[in-house]
Write a protein of this length. Structure first.
Ligand SMILES: Cc1cc2nc3c(=O)[nH]c(=O)nc-3n(C[C@H](O)[C@H](O)[C@H](O)COP(=O)(O)O)c2cc1C
Length: 199
């Protein structure tokens, strides 16, 4: 699948086809894509916890207080160990840890989409109970729970409306939403979304 269509096709899937099993090998492919980086100083201390046991999936769903999670045939927990990045970069290391985990989660979701699998980034759960349930050490951060499965397509399903490119940009200084004419020979002002080239 082309990159652009993967980006467009990715969406949060919360309804899974219970008749279709997920190949753990495909999920490993997606995790392999996720760990291709980037990582601050190339320090990757991410760990992925894969859960296939339906009883455990049900328990995690309860701790997320999201019933639909229990319908997923597989969960991937993305976790970080901040220790090394903190030793290297101090407080900023914790920021790097969150950032690189987010980047990896995004790649994971893209690759799952590319493989034809549905998924969702779940960030709402009680850390302490989840750690206890899954024997995750205290110093490990749970970055996300990602339910994975084949989407059960519902008639009338709509993708969420996204912010326009035009409303996401500033040029040169904060608050300036039009591209200034910086060079004499380039008397153009590209307004994204409209596709206009204004002299
Ligand atoms: C940090 C983060 C936490 C999220 N937590 C949840 C969650 O707990 N439950 C859920 O159903 N969706 C969760 N989402 C998914 C968002 O609701 C979803 O991405 C958003 O509505 C846009 O929809 P889309 O992913 O289909 O484009 C989370 C997304 C992010 C980035």
């Amino acid at each position: 699948m082309e990159f652009d269509s993967t980006v467009k096709d990715r969406k949060s899937v919360r309804d899974f086809d219970s008749t279709k099993k997920v190949s753990w090998k495909m999920v490993l492919d997606a995790i392999d894509a996720a760990i291709q980086g980037p990582f601050a100083g190339n320090n990757n201390y991410l760990r992925f916890l894969i859960i296939e046991d339906s009883k455990t999936i049900g328990d995690v769903a309860k701790l997320c207080e999201q019933t639909w999670v229990s319908e997923a045939p597989m969960l991937v927990l993305v976790c970080s160990d901040d220790t090394h990045l903190e030793n290297l970069y101090g407080e900023r290391g914790r920021v790097y840890s969150r950032q690189q985990a987010g980047a990896a989660i995004q790649t994971l979701l893209f690759k799952l989409t590319d493989l034809g699998l549905g998924s969702c980034w779940v960030g709402s759960y009680t850390d302490e109970s989840l750690k206890k349930k899954l024997k995750i050490p205290q110093h490990i951060q749970i970055e996300a729970v990602v339910p994975v499965g084949y989407e059960k397509k519902m008639p009338g399903d709509k993708s969420p409306v996204k912010k326009s490119l035009e409303n996401s940009l500033f040029w040169e200084t904060w608050g300036q939403d039009r591209r200034p004419t910086l060079f004499e020979e380039e008397k153009e002002d590209y307004r994204p979304g409209k596709g206009d080239l204004v002299a």
